[in-house]
Design a protein around this ligand. Structure first.
Ligand code: AMP
Length: 188
């Protein structure tokens, strides 16, 4: 029996996935779990996790696996995830996806759907430079795009092979992207 849908938002940095994930989460009253947000908050509060993660994030690199796996496991065990959840920024690598699969095997009532926001490179760089987040300097943007291509883009094949992948054209207005996401969710 399946009664919980977990949504995984994939897409390059600057694809708008954070904004869209937040909107969809509000619409469907499910938690938006952004590992990047959790890590940024940890940095702001100077927690041990934040202190360890900061140099990696400032350089545009992924933080080590052992810092993120535990926090995702803990977050997905919270009662507010029972009706569904959105993961944004996790998984970021194939090993993270394998970890998530194992975790979800423990809750057979959960099925996962993966929404991939497609945005061409030129649009991404422009958007990231406009966003102006602390880790959005030109050098870290370039680094994060490389990291995305090398480590995160392989997840598209990973989830395609499992038949749970939906492509969304993310290169249009935010409202149009939201509509397309809602449409995709109706057709799951
Ligand atoms: P985001 O807000 O998703 O763009 O993430 C910002 C930064 O947080 C990334 O550049 C990474 O340094 C770190 N980060 C977020 N999620 C992960 C993850 N799943 N694995 C490793 N590092 C992550």
């Amino acid at each position: 029996m399946t009664n919980t849908t977990g949504l995984i938002f994939l897409g390059p940095p600057g694809s708008g996935k954070g904004t869209q994930a937040s909107l969809i989460a509000q619409l469907y009253h499910i938690p938006h779990i952004s590992t990047g947000e959790i890590l940024r908050e940890a940095i702001a509060n100077q927690t041990p996790l934040g202190k360890q993660a900061q140099p990696y994030m400032d350089a545009g690199n992924l933080v080590p696996e052992e810092l993120v796996l535990g926090l995702v496991k803990e977050r997905l065990s919270q009662p507010d995830t029972e009706k569904g959840w959105i993961l944004d920024g996790f998984p970021r690598t194939v090993p993270q996806a394998v970890f998530l699969d194992k975790l979800l095997e423990e809750t057979p009532s959960t099925s996962e759907r993966v929404l991939n926001l497609d945005v061409p490179d030129e649009a991404i760089i422009e958007r990231l430079l406009l966003r102006g987040r602390k880790d959005d300097t030109e050098a870290t943007i370039r680094r994060r795009l490389d990291v995305y291509r090398e480590q995160t883009a392989p997840l598209i094949d990973y989830y395609r092979d499992r038949g749970s992948l939906h492509h969304i054209n993310g290169n249009r207005s935010p409202a149009e992207v939201t509509e397309a996401l809602k449409q995709a969710m109706v057709n799951f």
